[in-house]
Design a protein around this ligand. Structure first.
Ligand SMILES: Nc1ncnc2c1ncn2[C@@H]1O[C@H](COP(=O)(O)OP(=O)(O)O)[C@@H](O)[C@H]1O
Ligand SMILES: [Mg+2]
Length: 280
């Protein structure tokens, strides 16, 4: 992680035209290279926040800077060069008649040359083994594949920061892990990943930082370990830490120094106590 701040929200507030206050004085700083999860119950403001990071929504009070751009002044396409956004429902995003065209749409819009478009589309399809669907209509594919197409159609624009809204909804566990592994790989290449999810296991296994939202505000912001060990706030946000973390919280005297987030974390503490060398 570098010192470069890619998202800076200052007292960010958004009131929809119907009067719903979806964000209230949100202060948030995200640095380049972070892998951050935004969690919170339905209606807590996660999608509204995400849409401020890509400039689709503008603050009604306060401000947000994205890659140094004040989103009230920058155009959506200026922001799209830096930030890729994968919608909560991929069908809200898919608009072309073949997978290839869908993936080429974004980079063409941003003015990539045809040569660059071909290169980025090819590479992105290969990343997900989706080459075979090149000429297929995206809507003929299953939900899991449509989500991958939506993700790919953002990646072809080569954004530095990716905002992915509920990337694993409607996917089975294997598919969810595949999406998360791809995000992890992209993060390893230096991209900042901001993902919204309900799946606490995925937060535990992949994110390094978690932000809990509730009623349009930030309830807690810290390392995933810090956040999951704060059982009181977690409960207030109507969330549940992973089962393994809950189990460990029953044995506080053993796990006083480090909250386990995964089965591996748990076992590496327990096995030596049982006289067994740790398996890992
Ligand atoms: N387009 C909209 N117009 C009016 N209210 C909205 C709109 N979109 C979301 N809301 C309301 O704003 C609040 C936050 O919604 P949202 O950001 O979608 O939350 P989340 O993604 O955490 O479920 C909710 O009360 C929701 O009903
Ligand atoms: Mg949402």
């Amino acid at each position: 992680m570098s010192d470069e701040v890619v998202v800076k929200a200052k007292n960010l507030t958004h009131v929809y035209s119907n009067g719903v206050v979806a964000l209230k004085n949100v202060n948030l700083e995200i640095r380049k290279g972070e892998f951050i999860a935004i969690i919170g119950h339905n209606g807590s403001g996660k999608t509204t926040l995400a849409k401020h990071i890509n400039g689709l929504l503008k603050p009604t009070a306060g401000e947000i800077f994205v890659h140094g751009m004040d989103t009230r002044k920058a155009t959506v396409s200026e922001i799209a060069r830096k930030v890729g956004y994968v919608f909560q429902n991929p069908d809200h995003q898919i608009c072309m008649r073949t997978v290839w065209e869908e993936l080429a749409f974004g980079p063409r819009n941003l003015g990539f040359s045809e040569e660059e478009v071909n290169k980025t589309v090819k590479e992105t399809l290969a990343l997900f083994n989706l080459e075979k669907y090149s000429d297929v209509h995206p809507f003929l594919l299953g939900k899991a594949d449509r989500l991958r197409i939506a993700l790919c159609s953002v990646l072809t624009m080569r954004p530095e920061t990716l905002v992915v809204d509920e990337p694993t909804t409607g996917q089975d566990m294997r598919q969810s892990y595949e999406v998360m592994e791809t995000l992890k790989k992209l993060n390893g290449e230096g991209k900042t990943i901001i993902f919204i999810t309900h799946n606490m296991r995925l937060v535990a296994e992949y994110a390094r930082r978690a932000v809990i939202m509730s009623d349009g505000g930030i309830l807690l912001d810290g390392s995933v370990e810090e956040v999951f060990s704060n059982t009181e706030v977690i409960a207030r946000a109507q969330l549940k830490p992973p089962q393994i973390t809950l189990l460990a919280s029953r044995f506080k005297q053993l796990f006083y120094d480090k909250t386990p987030l995964t089965v591996n974390d748990f076992c590496s503490k327990i096995e030596p106590l049982l006289g067994k060398p740790s398996q890992r």
